[in-house]
Design a protein around this ligand. Sequence first.
Ligand code: NAG
Length: 374
Amino acid sequence: HDFCQKCGLESWWLRTLLPLFEQGKILEKAGVCSQIAFTRYLQSGRKLGPDPQLWLQDARFAGVPVRVYRPRAPSAGLRAGAIFFHGGGWLYCSIDSHEKICRYIARESESVVVSVGYRLAPENKYPAAYEDCLNATIHFMKNIEHYGVDAARIIVCGDSAGGNLAAAVSQTLAGGSDLPKLRAQILIYPGLQAVDFNLPSYQQNQGVPLLIRKHAAFFALQYLNGDALHMQEVLEGSHIPPDMRLKYRKWVSPDNIPEKFKARGYKPHKPREFKAEVFEKVKRLCEPNLCPLLVEDAVVQQLPESFILTCEYDVLRDDGLLYKKRLEDNGVRVTWYHLEDGFHGIIGLHDYRGLSFPAGKRGLDRIVKFIKGL
Ligand SMILES: *[C@@H]1O[C@H](CO)[C@@H](O)[C@H](O)[C@H]1NC(C)=O
């Protein structure tokens, strides 16, 4: 594997990790639910002890569980406030699993971080997660004086599915007038569309952990419908009517991906024949609150300054690249950081049970630097 050399995966890691993915296939046969339960068990994370540098507080914002991280050190003035939505394909992970990331950001950027425990699929289908994230964000905006946060420096932030939620919340709040304006959005290898699973990055990295191509569609469908029926048709692209495909082509197309990202084994893909009955079941995939890449330009123009992190060895790389282009085409300032030696989920492995990937820490440090610069 090319990516293993570049990313510095030790061979024992490979021997451990790749078979786990094979096991995923076996578990699938035993039933999707048991697979979800098993993976949740693996990824649920453990609650850490107190932090010498941070105050931690569990609370509810508009009924949604949150954990607030506040630096203990006195501050001369108000701080930036980042609302964080964790990743995990809308199905997995929790406030606990992303504890280290949130602590790192709060500590190093000296800002207040609010991690949101939104409801998970498949039990809670779209738009439950999105609504929880939106409601928690609005509650935070209305109550920032309790947290020593500067109304002019509120940020939404998330990794993977959390990046999707951050982008959707950001779009919803853009242009509103009765709440403070978001200062920035931070999208860490976000998933932003479910129209085309054959973009270059999806082809190039289809078997690369921690997110294989098939699972990208699996997660989106579980979030949407609470099941992954029609996954094969969605992967092949027969779920989008030709006229809509044509309309979205200006935003979601390999033509908008710079050539240098196509060098590593990409073949143009011709979508299979359109199937109306599949579209009928999955058409809400085209709502911008689920696929933020499909929002109109008028909304994109109002979005706040953005930070986008992408990884070379990640099926979602091109979602990030395409959104970067849409933002820039609409005059939004973008700070883009690309980890040439990164893979999906690497931020969570910046310090994982004694095993760390320096690229993950590099990415986090860039995020910290961005926040401090606001
Ligand atoms: C979000 O807040 C709105 C307005 O307060 C409320 O009507 C709605 O039920 C809330 N949504 C959820 C999922 O709790």
